[in-house]
Ligand binder design. Structure first.
Ligand code: AP5
Ligand code: MG
Length: 187
């Protein structure tokens, strides 16, 4: 099964993907995590991405697409995948459609996690304090939420227009939300 997880920063994409990958036995592919690994490794790609990410803006489409393509070409992704953090704007939607068409692996379902802005802020501020993720500063969080509203929200319409979108309430315990997602995938 090929799933795209959609939702604002802090909506629980990474948390839910970690559970789903075990249940569905398919890899979790997070463009944010791939980028953070590149920054940590201080690779040329990481050097290019670091400051942009710290501001909460989007890394260039070309860089992210190249990285994603490399990951999707690894053997484990042939069984399916949970994509988290991609696509994030209309151009990435088109790039993903073309890439997956070429691989003959279209997206089966996009699941959108619905969480109120108040709850998003609460979760991100807490993680910023607990873990110090570089883009959880109040300023970067504001930018990330703005980018989501302006650039990523249209992605939801794209999957809805294809009849592949499921919306799931993203508030409650992690397990409750996971159950909702699994139930929605069975439909
Ligand atoms: P990315 O890593 O994708 O971050 P994000 O979308 O901003 O979202 P988060 O990872 O913060 O939230 P999440 O939805 O995964 O929630 P999580 O499970 O962590 O992107 C980071 C940056 O990389 C971007 O800003 C951009 O610069 C770059 N980038 C990435 N992809 C890109 C692309 N395609 N194009 C261009 N640039 C790209 O949960 C959040 C917190 O809430 C955690 O602390 C968690 O423990 C907690 N939590 C989760 N669920 C619950 C719950 N049910 N109850 C209570 N707490 C919960
Ligand atoms: Mg995440």
């Amino acid at each position: 099964m090929r799933i795209v997880l959609l939702g604002a920063p802090g909506s629980g994409k990474g948390t839910q993907a970690a559970l789903l990958k075990e249940r569905l036995a398919i890899p979790h592919i997070s463009t944010g995590e791939l980028l953070r690994a590149a920054v940590k490794a201080n690779s040329p790609l990481g050097q290019q991405a670091k400051a942009v990410m710290e501001r909460g803006e989007l890394v260039s489409d070309a860089i992210v697409l190249g990285m994603l393509e490399e990951r999707l070409n690894q053997a484990d992704a042939a069984a399916g995948f949970i994509l988290d953090g991609y696509p994030r704007n209309p151009a990435q939607c088109d790039a993903l459609d073309q890439l997956l068409e070429r691989l003959n692996q279209p997206v089966d379902r996009a699941v959108q996690l619905d969480v109120s802005e108040e709850m998003l802020l609460q979760r991100l501020v807490k993680r910023g304090a607990d873990q110090g993720r570089a883009d959880d500063s109040p300023e970067a969080v504001r930018t990330r939420l703005g980018v989501y509203r302006d650039q990523t929200a249209p992605v939801i319409d794209h999957f809805a227009a294809q009849g592949r979108l499921t919306r799931v309430a993203g508030e409650g315990t992690v397990e409750e939300i996971a159950e909702r997602i699994v139930a929605s995938l069975r439909q």
